[in-house]
Design a protein around this ligand. Structure first.
Ligand code: 4AD
Ligand code: MG
Length: 460
């Protein structure tokens, strides 16, 4: 039976154990070798002590960085520094060699750019092991948070015929022959012959279906992959990312803000309480203020600010922005970060945006100009959450849909929620990888997802 390294390191010496994993390093001399073995259960390695006289030279030669082995032996107190226990090997099985001339993860300290080109192997590095364990812990904490609050996990579809955000940034899904698609008399492609009998895409958000769920189950959340064909090659955008979208009946925008703030704080707290080994590593290697920043956020009240107030602060800041600001413009991340990092030095929840820069479903304010949207802005990240109170009036929603020339025929089912038993409700979307950027201190979103999809890049 194999014991995981994480458990071995906490075990009492004086018993026979087996560890299985990948060799990080092997050092030593003619008589004795020390193997650092990692199995992914923790950032820490277990040391295997090998008396070379007891093993064949042939076998020992093949135990190189990257090789996979099983080591059985006595767990003993370690005399060396750095670990409490180590394994005095009596038996070693070699599962898989890793040729030192070709295995790419030989020396330490590869650049993040290089590691992206070997995303199939980078989980074997300390950094990606730490990031991927934290990613798992955050996913678990998200389900736990909502389950404890008795939200229902609703699985919303990945393939859809509607554009929730109305930005036209969708990846089309089709089985038509792209070299010779069927055409209607007017020359347009005849989607009635496509797989679903209509034009379909990968979803940009599960919100619209989430609202259907909230109008029956009260409080729901979705947590799934979403897709955006926006040509944004930035450290904060992915073409395929994961989003957490709670949707709640009977919440107004203030309730929505309170939930968003409590949700993020509780996730950060979970990371601090459960991922300290990995966070300490990332703190030491990449971002010396990581843990302090996370502890700070948990204790801080987020600033609440309207868009109009925010614009005023930016206009009066005297700061030279690449994109100039004035009322009506969509905020760029430089503006968001100025407010959060320089002006307030805390997370900001910004509300009441001009309706023209926000999606059709947001509740319209009485001023006729703004809508009840809310974005949560974070240090180093910018927008981490986008959400709103939803327009619950059928008339107002219909008016907005036609004002925006949206294909109403794909939204009739959605309008039924307003037609039958409409209710005030709200929700938001948290970008999972943006959360992970914050929690891990990584600076590029490509490094917090196992296999990133970005413009011109879909390998692995
Ligand atoms: O602000 P967004 O576009 O909002 C929605 O999709 C709403 N339907 C959510 C809702 O109310 N249920 O996206 C929500 C969040 C953003 O705040 C950001 O964190 C993340 O999703 N996000 C991205 N993350 C990575 N790459 C991208 N291209 C992203 N686009 C949005
Ligand atoms: Mg947004």
């Amino acid at each position: 039976m194999r014991t995981k390294v994480k458990d071995l390191l906490k075990s009492k010496p004086g018993q026979e154990v087996t560890a299985k994993g990948w060799v990080r390093t092997k050092r030593g001399n003619k008589n004795i070798a020390f193997i650092a073995l990692n199995d992914g259960s923790t950032i820490n390695n277990i040391q295997i002590v090998v008396e070379t006289a007891n093993f064949s030279e042939e076998l020992l030669k093949k135990i190189t960085t990257g090789a996979c082995i099983a080591a059985t032996g006595n767990l003993v107190e370690s005399v060396g520094s750095g670990q409490a226990v180590e394994i005095q090997a009596t038996d070693i099985t070699l599962y898989g060699e890793a040729n030192p001339d070709t295995y790419p993860l030989q020396k330490k300290g590869h650049s993040m750019e290089f590691l992206r080109t070997i995303a199939h192997l980078r989980p074997r590095t300390n950094t990606f092991g730490a990031v991927l364990r934290i990613r798992h812990a955050m996913a678990f904490a998200i389900h736990k948070y909502f389950n404890d609050k008795r939200f229902v996990y609703l699985h919303t579809p990945i393939i859809t015929a509607s554009d929730c955000e109305g930005a036209g940034e969708m990846f089309q899904v089709t089985t038509l022959d792209l070299n010779n698609p069927p055409r209607k008399e007017n020359g347009q492609i005849d989607y009635s012959q496509d797989f679903f009998g209509r034009q379909t895409s990968l979803t940009v958000s599960g919100q619209l279906e989430g609202e259907l769920g909230a109008m029956a189950l009260g409080e729901i959340y979705t947590f799934g992959p979403t897709f955006r064909a926006e040509n944004s090659n930035t450290p904060r955008h992915l073409a395929e990312f994961w989003m957490i979208e709670p949707e709640m009946a009977f919440y107004d925008i203030t309730d929505n803000m309170e939930l968003a703030e409590d949700f993020i704080k509780s996730l950060v707290r979970y990371a601090l309480e459960n991922c300290m080994d990995d966070m300490k590593f990332l703190n030491d290697m990449f971002d010396k203020e990581l843990i302090a920043r996370l502890e700070g956020v948990v204790k801080t009240d987020f600033v609440r600010l309207t868009y109009t107030e925010g614009i005023k602060i930016l206009e009066e800041s005297g700061e030279k922005f690449e994109y100039p600001v004035s009322w009506g413009v969509d905020l760029q991340s430089e503006h968001e970060r100025y407010l959060v990092e320089k002006h307030f030095k805390k997370p900001v929840i910004m509300t009441d945006y001009p309706k023209d820069i926000k999606a059709f479903y947001m509740k319209q304010n009485d001023d006729g100009k703004t809508v009840r949207g809310m974005d949560v802005l974070f240090p180093k990240i910018g927008e981490i959450i986008g959400g709103s109170e939803r327009e619950s009036s059928l008339e107002k929603l219909e008016a907005r849909i036609s004002e925006l020339n949206m294909g109403r025929e794909t939204l009739e089912w959605y309008l039924d929620t307003r037609r039958f038993g409409s209710a005030p409700h709200s929700g938001f979307g948290l970008g999972f990888e943006r959360l992970l950027l914050f929690v891990t201190g990584m600076s590029n979103i490509r490094d917090v997802i196992p296999f990133p999809r970005t413009p011109k890049s879909a390998e692995f």
